[in-house]
Design a protein around this ligand. Structure first.
Ligand SMILES: [Zn+2]
Length: 323
């Protein structure tokens, strides 16, 4: 993206950027829609808003309607744009089978945290902006023949940060999955733990993983889907402990951002560091699945992993003694 070079020369004004909602190392154009530069060129002004979107990878101008129909992926180069949790939900589950859990569960500003803006007012702002009560939606649904406990995170709500609500909703979802003996699928996108909640957000890492341990003990499958970006406290907890870990193409996946690692280690990072493809080559994830094939692939994986149907007993060949 040419804006990267222009940035240092022209120092355009940054517009409504919440630093805490962007994981360190997320570059403009790499999938995050948070960084926006005020354009002063007249060419830009001639393009009507809300009709066209420029692809962050191949720079093609895409008709918004086509982009929506293509599940927010570029028809030319396959670049995956951010997608809301609701749109993603519609693309995954059998129609009219989703029963949402814990609707409206909302965070409390226990620390009375105030930075440039108070946590309470931030919450209100993002509730209005996204129409969601927090950064994850959870529920029970059917995918193909399978009953599934499904959680989908939304990056547009405070950078998909994991606070007490995200942790609690996911934990309840996993526990319901264990109780009903059904698989759990969590689709993650997050900048990490929610700093406004301090220790309360960090505790969610242990809580969600504890619930997943019981789910695993019951020999039930858990599929973790990593989408751009999945980082920090979320990657260091429930997102990385799936029986099967799959990712969307080009997703940034890691703990600390590349800039932090580079500054700390003073070492050059290999090309493609912290991308889904890089981790796939090194055996950290099991598969990379494009968004338009995600539903079919998940159903296939569930067919393999699910214990819904009793497995046919394998008869052992008994050698008859020849007398
Ligand atoms: Zn493209």
């Amino acid at each position: 993206m040419s804006d990267l070079n222009d940035f240092s020369k022209t120092t355009p004004k940054l517009e409504t950027v919440d630093a805490e909602s962007i994981p360190a190392g997320v570059e403009p154009g790499s999938g995050s829609s948070k960084l926006k530069f005020k354009e002063s060129t007249s060419r830009k002004k001639n393009i009507p808003k809300g009709l066209w979107t420029k692809c962050g990878k191949c720079a093609d101008l895409l008709f918004d309607k086509d982009l929506d129909e293509n599940l927010k992926t570029c028809p030319s180069c396959g670049f995956h744009f951010p997608i809301s949790a609701r749109l993603r939900l519609d693309s995954l589950v059998n129609e009219k089978t989703f029963k949402e859990l814990d609707v409206g569960m909302t965070s409390v500003d226990v620390l009375e945290f105030t930075g440039v803006e108070s946590y309470s007012s931030k919450l209100e702002k993002y509730k209005g902006k996204t129409g969601e009560a927090d950064a994850v939606i959870t529920g029970l649904c059917k995918m193909g023949q399978h009953k599934v406990a499904l959680g989908i995170m939304d990056f547009s709500f405070l950078g998909g940060s994991m606070g007490s609500v995200v942790g609690e909703k996911l934990t309840r979802l996993i526990e319901i999955g264990t109780k009903n003996k059904i698989p759990v699928i969590i689709i993650s996108t997050s900048g990490g733990a929610r700093m406004y909640e301090g220790m309360f957000s960090l505790m969610q890492m242990a809580k969600t993983c504890g619930a997943l341990a019981y789910h695993s003990e019951a020999k039930l499958p858990y599929i973790s889907v990593l989408t751009h970006p999945t980082t920090a406290g979320v990657m260091a907890s429930y997102a990385s402990v799936g029986d099967l870990i799959i990712a969307e193409p080009g997703a940034m996946i890691g703990f600390a951002g590349p800039r932090v690692i580079k500054d700390t280690t003073q070492a050059e990072l290999p090309p493609g560091f912290q991308t889904a493809e890089f981790l796939m080559d090194r055996g950290m994830i099991d598969a990379i699945v494009p968004r338009n094939k995600m539903r079919d692939s998940l159903i296939n994986y569930l067919d393999y992993m699910s214990a819904d149907e009793p497995q046919p007993k394998v008869k052992r060949a008994v050698k008859k003694k020849v007398s």
